[in-house]
Design a protein around this ligand. Structure first.
Ligand code: AMP
Ligand code: GLY
Length: 428
């Protein structure tokens, strides 16, 4: 089979490495891929949002199956366009991808179907939002409606900060049209859990849970990033919690999307906060998370491509989806300066002994050399029997990967380990 993967980050590298395990896969194209992915797939210089070009490429190259991984092509309708060309895909259509594409949509969906989430108001007018903030409870959370590269959420600790965020988003156009509408919501507390789930709209199968580390600095300090590392499973997410989430959040969400004529087929990502009142949805994503995928897929024992195709054919119920009971840890190596300005073009060296464990996110090949080409450059994953050994192994492997100015957090998994050893779950 010839497979096409749309996207070019660490998540896509993890998906590609996993589907390569299927012996019927003859060829994988990555559009656009990156210099590291080029070791595992043929990269083609077509951007992930160049939908017409993606469709032409797929038709010309007799692609049997396409996997659309990033949020923007999904929200733009890449799956619809490929389906029109007769190409089967993994990923939601445009109507369903709105669950990530519009926070106003997803909040209203949760309210309508009684799915637990933070209390909120929506605004399409800055002066109304500013008026509301005069009396809103502080801290408060301001969210741009549309996609904003993971940066559209502002936690305001003071009324002034909240008002400034509204002005920045709605009047100064910080996130462009994504900020024409905003959500202002209640500030929640509690540990965060990411749960990715396969769903074909009829059946929903959650994958192993994970924990992202979003801040740039150790001990969760500094600016928010796309994610500096992950561990799986997440020790806060007990079996009892999983049952509650399935009953109160996951299945109701699948049913709600179907009832709205927006049946979701693909990977549905639940960003959850385990509040003292129970689990609540912080966000939905219409795709695999990055870097959650880099710990979740290495723990998948079933064949990924078979599961994906079962989702497409609405036969997930007949498919085995099995995860190992081991632990995984992924540490991201980023360019110095990220998430603000950083230099590119530093040579990356990866020791052969760890090449299988490296997922490349931001690199290009020039004159036969692998060079940094992004903020988050790569992730290194280790799988082991215990969380502690997975963390230790990931950091040991990281020593075998180098580039000038490489920056990483030293405490990926430390909080999870503390919780596992009996630490206070809600007080973290
Ligand atoms: P999001 O992009 O929606 O995942 O938000 C980014 C981060 O902001 C989340 O991972 C949370 O840490 C935080 N966050 C979002 N919404 C809330 C909320 N209502 N209360 C507290 N923290 C939040
Ligand atoms: N790691 C969070 C996300 O993929 O949105």
């Amino acid at each position: 089979m010839k497979i096409l993967v749309v996207g070019g980050g660490g998540r896509e590298h993890a998906i590609i490495k996993k589907i390569k395990e299927n012996i019927s896969v003859e060829k994988i194209f990555a559009l656009p891929g990156n210099g590291g992915i080029a070791l595992d797939a043929e990269c083609v210089n077509i951007g992930a949002t160049e939908i017409d070009k993606i469709c032409d490429f797929a038709a010309e190259n007799a692609i049997d199956y396409a996997i659309v991984a990033p949020d923007d092509p999904l929200v733009l309708g890449c799956v619809d366009a490929l389906n029109e060309k007769g190409i089967k895909c993994f990923g939601p259509d445009k109507a369903a991808a709105i669950i990530e594409g519009s926070k106003v949509f997803s909040k209203n969906l949760m309210k309508k179907y009684n799915i637990p989430t933070a209390e909120y108001e929506t605004f399409d007018d800055a002066s109304e939002a500013l008026k509301y903030l005069e009396t809103a409870k502080i801290p408060t959370v301001i969210k741009a409606d549309g996609l904003a590269l993971g940066k559209g959420v502002i936690i305001a600790q003071t009324r002034e900060e909240a008002k400034a965020a509204v002005v920045e988003i709605m009047e100064n156009g910080k996130f462009g049209a994504s900020g024409n509408n905003i959500v202002i919501e209640e500030f929640l507390t509690g540990p965060e859990v990411s749960v990715l789930a396969f769903t074909d709209g009829i059946t929903l199968v959650p994958m192993v849970s994970s924990m992202d580390h979003k801040r740039i600095g150790d001990n969760d300090t500094g600016l928010n990033t796309g994610g500096m590392g992950t561990i799986a499973p997440n020790p806060c997410y007990t079996k009892e919690m999983a049952e509650i989430c399935m009953e109160k959040i996951f299945l109701p969400t699948m049913a709600a999307m179907k009832a709205e004529n927006r049946t979701f087929k693909g990977c549905l990502y639940f960003g959850l906060m385990l509040t003292p009142e129970g689990p609540k949805v912080i966000e939905y994503n219409c795709r695999f998370g990055d870097p959650e995928t880099q710990v979740v897929l290495p723990l998948l024992e079933s064949d990924l491509l078979t599961v994906m195709m079962a989702v497409t054919d609405e036969k997930l119920a007949e498919c085995e989806v099995k995860f190992s009971d081991k632990n995984a840890c992924c540490v991201i190596l980023a360019s110095k300066g990220y998430p603000e300005a950083y230099e590119k073009g530093k040579e990356i060296t990866i020791d052969d002994s760890v090449a299988d464990s490296v997922y490349v996110a931001g690199a290009k090949v020039e004159d036969g050399k692998l060079l940094t080409n992004g903020g988050r450059v790569l992730g290194v994953t280790a799988v082991s029997d215990t969380l502690e050994s997975a963390i230790n192994d990931a950091y040991k492997k990281l020593e075998k990967v180098n580039f000038e100015g490489g920056y990483f957090r030293h405490d990926i998994g430390a909080k999870a380990l503390k919780i596992q050893k009996g630490g206070d779950v809600l007080g973290i």
